[in-house]
Write a protein that binds this ligand. Structure first.
Ligand SMILES: Nc1ncnc2c1ncn2[C@@H]1O[C@H](COP(=O)(O)OP(=O)(O)OP(=O)(O)O)[C@@H](O)[C@H]1O
Ligand SMILES: [Mg+2]
Length: 149
């Protein structure tokens, strides 16, 4: 409901997604932050997709290993200039006009990802769009040892 009708949102959820153990309110806030950034990058008509699936990591993303739920927010908006890219996760870094952005959205996403044992990655091409990938570890039931079965 926070997106204008000029933006087409596609949500693709892999069936039977596993559990994750995170603060639900924080996850909701973080996903909204990513969606609002995607919205703000689109001038006029555009597309945003939210894709959620499971991936196996072998250290290629911030050294993480194991099963992760991946939340991918992709837009076909303005993209991020190469000179801006290294700064986007800094607190209070914003390119938005005064009163529009505080520059705290992505630093919160970064903090949440870290604190949850996951990671956030960005892939962007100026003029074509941006893809943000949030990885959160799949919940491992500590009590479920083979001896209990
Ligand atoms: N999807 C995106 N497309 C283009 N630029 C982006 C995207 N996401 C983030 N950015 C850039 O990164 C900057 C920092 O983002 P961040 O979410 O931290 O702050 P903000 O959106 O400017 O303000 P706030 O989130 O506090 O309202 C943005 O100002 C923008 O320049
Ligand atoms: Mg933001």
């Amino acid at each position: 409901h926070a997106l204008p009708s000029s933006i087409d949102l596609k949500v693709l959820l892999q069936p039977d997604l596993p559990l994750i153990e995170v603060d639900a309110g924080q996850l909701q806030m973080v996903l909204l932050n990513l969606l609002f950034n995607a919205r703000d990058a689109i001038n006029g008509h555009g597309r945003i997709s939210l894709t959620v699936d499971v991936v196996e990591l072998f250290g290629e993303v911030e050294g993480l290993k194991g099963s992760f739920v991946r939340f991918e927010v992709e837009d076909n908006g303005a993209g991020i200039p190469t000179e801006v890219l290294p700064r986007i996760f800094e607190p209070f870094f914003t390119t938005k006009p005064f009163g529009k952005g505080t520059g705290l959205g992505l630093s919160q996403v970064y903090g949440f990802a870290r604190q949850s044992g996951g990671a956030i990655c960005v892939d962007s091409e100026p003029g074509r769009g941006t893809c943000m990938r949030l990885y959160l570890p799949m919940y491992q039931d500590q009590t479920d040892s083979p001896l209990d079965r």
